[in-house]
Design a protein around this ligand. Structure first.
Ligand code: GLU
Length: 284
């Protein structure tokens, strides 16, 4: 059965870009006679707010979308993500990283690491970074750390398979190759899976939930295309299902940049107040 999802984060009001993305997902489900779930991705408890979650429901109803109940809210399931992290740790695929953001930047700078095709500069641990004894004493001293996935350990664990991971891409987004696509987790490096103050990261929670909820097709904006290169690795390590991906084109603002709150695109509620009809937004 075809199942997709729309998975906004309640960190602000939805804007036109979200309307486009929701429309892509809900229309794909309608066309395939499947369903489209709504999932609230509120793992960042410092930025997410209940009023934004309420607004998501209101705005999507205003646009005319319907979704099956119950709606999964990720913050209700932190223990599940933690169990997945423990499983990866049990396989020897994770490590504790004590680098602060500033130290990490300095380290990347010193090593002369430039941005990867995924955009950011990927961090990969060196074997001699921190000894096991030092790790234990720093943990005992209460120093904050992040759990990272070790690409070197994943490579050892999967052998040849590591370099053969792939996914099916069916989207029309910019700079995205269509069809079977080789995954490049190294573009993202040793990603963070959890931190002291946030028990899961986006990569872990999203792949966990897509599997758990039986998502067959991920329909989302092209801005998340590169994350897929890491998601495919997590799916393989955890034996989670691998959906087909459709990364759609992003809606561009008049200045040619991606629409977002930062670029002052109007929220759906502002547009609604101005008398804009949902049909005007969805026909674009
Ligand atoms: N929660 C993510 C966002 O708001 C979307 C996650 C996804 O579709 O994979 O951008």
């Amino acid at each position: 059965m075809f199942r997709t999802r729309f998975a906004p984060s309640p960190t602000g009001y939805l804007h036109e870009g979200h309307a486009l993305s929701a429309n892509e997902a809900f229309s794909a489900a309608l066309e395939a006679d499947g369903d489209c779930l709504l999932r609230i991705e509120d793992i960042d408890q410092t930025r997410c707010r209940p009023e934004f979650e309420t607004a998501i429901f209101e705005d999507l109803h205003w646009l005319g979308f319907e979704w099956p109940a119950p709606v999964r809210r990720q913050s209700d399931h932190f223990t599940e993500y933690q169990a997945a992290l423990e499983q990866l740790t049990g396989l020897g695929l994770t490590y504790r990283c004590f680098l602060t953001r500033k130290a990490l930047e300095a380290e990347l700078e010193a090593r002369g690491i430039g941005p990867s095709p995924a955009g950011d500069r990927p961090y990969v641990r060196r074997n001699d970074d921190v000894s096991e004894d030092e790790v234990l004493s720093r943990v005992a001293a209460g120093e904050p750390f992040a759990w990272r996935l070790s690409l070197a350990a994943c490579r050892d664990f999967l052998g040849d398979e590591f370099s053969k991971l792939s996914f099916i891409e069916e989207g029309d987004g910019e700079n995205i190759s269509f069809g079977e696509t080789m995954a490049h987790p190294e573009w993202l490096g040793d990603v963070v899976l959890a931190r002291k103050d946030s028990p899961t990261s986006y990569h872990l929670a999203v792949t966990h939930d897509d599997h758990l909820q039986g998502v067959s097709h991920v329909v989302r904006g092209a801005d998340l295309y590169h994350a897929t290169h890491m998601h495919v690795l997590l799916q393989r390590l955890m034996n989670w299902s691998k959906p087909v991906y459709r990364h759609h084109k992003l809606l561009m603002g008049e200045d040619g940049r991606k629409l977002s709150k930062a670029h002052r695109s109007k929220s759906l509620r502002e547009l609604r107040k101005e008398g804009v009809e949902p049909s005007e937004l969805l026909k674009r």
